[in-house]
Design a protein around this ligand. Structure first.
Ligand SMILES: CC(=O)N[C@H]1[C@@H](OP(=O)(O)OP(=O)(O)OC[C@H]2O[C@@H](n3ccc(=O)[nH]c3=O)[C@H](O)[C@@H]2O)O[C@H](CO)[C@@H](O)[C@@H]1O
Ligand SMILES: C=C(OP(=O)(O)O)C(=O)O
Length: 451
């Protein structure tokens, strides 16, 4: 584990520019979608992150040829020879990501059967897959849970269906989309998630030949088609990474320009950022020395130099405040004067990381109650899903163990904001969703080194 430890010498504001590429939560799904086509697909601006490696591995096991294109981050997927893979081979990827569950529909369409390994992803709640399984069964799939994973077949093919999600789950919405596009007949999905990454996946599928209508009130209608072709797509930029750097600027009293960040997908975050006192400026065109095709402008985020203000916020499905923004922003809230309240309504166990912040001098208390907002699914149950943050707190160095992706980034920010040298263990987990984060930190003037 020694190469998985970062010594962080904190206390220096982060200043400079970083670039975000295609969104983790779209890129991996677009890669799965390539399985549905009968000709090659090209995806641009793919970040070098662990989730992309996992999906690449799974695609290759199923006969998809994955190659690099001419431009940096360009990947080409050739699905001409999709084939079965053994459970042993697939299980190499068990526990590494949540994306394998999305192979169900595409593999059933291409092969008539599928094997899905145990899922990974962040440990921020139980993260059941019951909606996925119910939906797949309604399409006509036979789903068998086995100790080594999940086996699926579709002896009578997959047929369009009407399905209402009990909660607008991102993954389950994607599951329905990726299955319905080639299912026979029409599918109506109610209470669908409408995150920007889902809208971008719909763009990908439409480029492939799918017929998908997004109605008002979270209703999505999909008319199954007989065949799909390949796509050529430049993904939306990673709004979660962009917000993470924004939070880092605020927490360290710095000034970070996030090239590639797009205002449209970050409106809710920007409102909260401004309410805390953070300053930002949206630039719609690239500075003269930046010449990247298809990606324009960015957002500069900076600390105002005066005191930050406490806020109350509630995470929610889009267009609410994204749960993945929560952990990095809380570090900045430890620096705001007054009492901030954060009500996490998407995951029941996403506040455990606050203990590490307390060990650094923060004052954060978690509660089972739904504080400061609307009662949610987790109220009156045994989940500490609301946090009260009293600030400002002077953070000091500590030894920290990274529990998951976003908490990991928040630990890093806290260590950078703190006086002294912290040791952050398990930093490689951050690579699952942040491309070249150590290089980016160095470019921003952070004083960090591998131990
Ligand atoms: C790879 C990816 O895109 N990950 C994102 C995706 O995760 P993911 O797609 O896993 O998240 P979901 O939107 O499905 O989960 C939201 C809530 O629904 C619950 N649920 C979900 C499915 C199900 O079958 N049963 C069920 O109860 C979950 O436990 C959770 O409480 O959306 C989340 C919410 O924006 C983000 O935090 C993740 O970064
Ligand atoms: C929860 C997250 O991701 P995943 O669904 O991949 O675990 C995240 O990106 O913050």
């Amino acid at each position: 584990m020694t190469d998985d430890v970062l010594a962080v010498h904190g206390g220096t504001p982060l200043n400079g520019r970083v670039r975000v590429r295609g969104a983790k939560n779209l890129v991996s799904k677009a890669m799965v979608a390539s399985l549905l086509g009968d000709s090659p697909s090209t995806l641009y601006d793919v970040p070098a992150i662990r989730d992309v490696e996992v999906v690449t591995g799974l695609l290759e096991l199923h006969g998809v040829r994955v190659s690099r294109g001419e431009s940096d981050g360009e990947l080409i997927f050739d699905p001409s020879n999709v084939e079965s893979a053994s459970t042993d081979e697939i299980n190499v990827h068990a526990g590494s990501s949540r994306i394998p569950i999305l192979f169900c529909g595409p593999l059933l369409h291409r092969l008539g059967h599928a094997f899905i390994p145990d899922l990974g992803g962040c440990h921020i709640g139980p993260r059941p897959i019951d909606f996925h399984i119910q939906a797949l069964r309604q399409f006509g799939a036979i789903v068998d849970k086995a100790p080594e994973g999940m086996h699926l077949t579709a002896p009578n093919g997959l047929h369009g269906t009407k399905f209402e999600l009990p909660y607008p789950s991102v993954g389950a919405t994607e599951q329905v989309l990726l299955t319905a596009v080639l299912a026979e007949g029409v599918t109506e999905l109610r209470n669908a998630a409408v995150e920007p990454e889902i809208m971008d996946l719909i763009c990908v599928l439409q480029k492939m030949g799918a017929i998908i209508t997004v109605h008002t009130d979270r209703v999505i209608e999909i008319k199954g088609v007989k065949r799909l072709g390949g796509y050529s797509h430049r993904p939306i930029p990673d709004r979660i990474e962009a917000a993470s750097w924004a939070a880092a600027a605020l927490a360290t009293r710095g000034d970070i320009t996030v090239l590639g960040a797009q205002q449209a997908d970050m409106g809710t975050f920007l409102n909260v950022f401004r309410s805390i006192g953070g300053q930002f400026e949206v630039t719609d065109t690239l500075p003269p020395n930046e010449t990247r095709p298809g990606r324009e402008g960015g957002i500069r985020f900076w600390h105002p130099g005066t005191e930050l203000t406490a806020v109350a916020l509630e995470t929610d499905v889009h267009p609410g405040f994204a749960t993945d923004w929560q952990q990095p922003l809380v570090v900045a809230l430890t620096q705001a004067r007054g009492i901030s309240i954060v009500h996490e309504t998407v995951y029941e166990q996403r506040l455990g990381y606050t203990e590490a912040l307390n060990s650094m001098g923060a004052t954060i208390q978690t509660y089972r109650d739904c504080l400061g907002g609307t009662p949610c699914r987790f109220g009156r149950r045994n989940f500490h899903h609301s946090a009260v943050i009293a600030g400002p707190s002077k953070l000091h160095a500590a030894d920290l163990v990274i529990p998951d992706l976003r908490a990991g980034f928040s630990h890093l920010i806290a260590a950078l904001a703190a006086e002294g040298t912290s040791r952050v263990y398990g930093v490689n987990l951050i690579k699952r969703g942040y491309e070249n984060f150590e290089t980016k930190l160095a470019e921003l003037g952070a004083n960090v080194e591998r131990v």
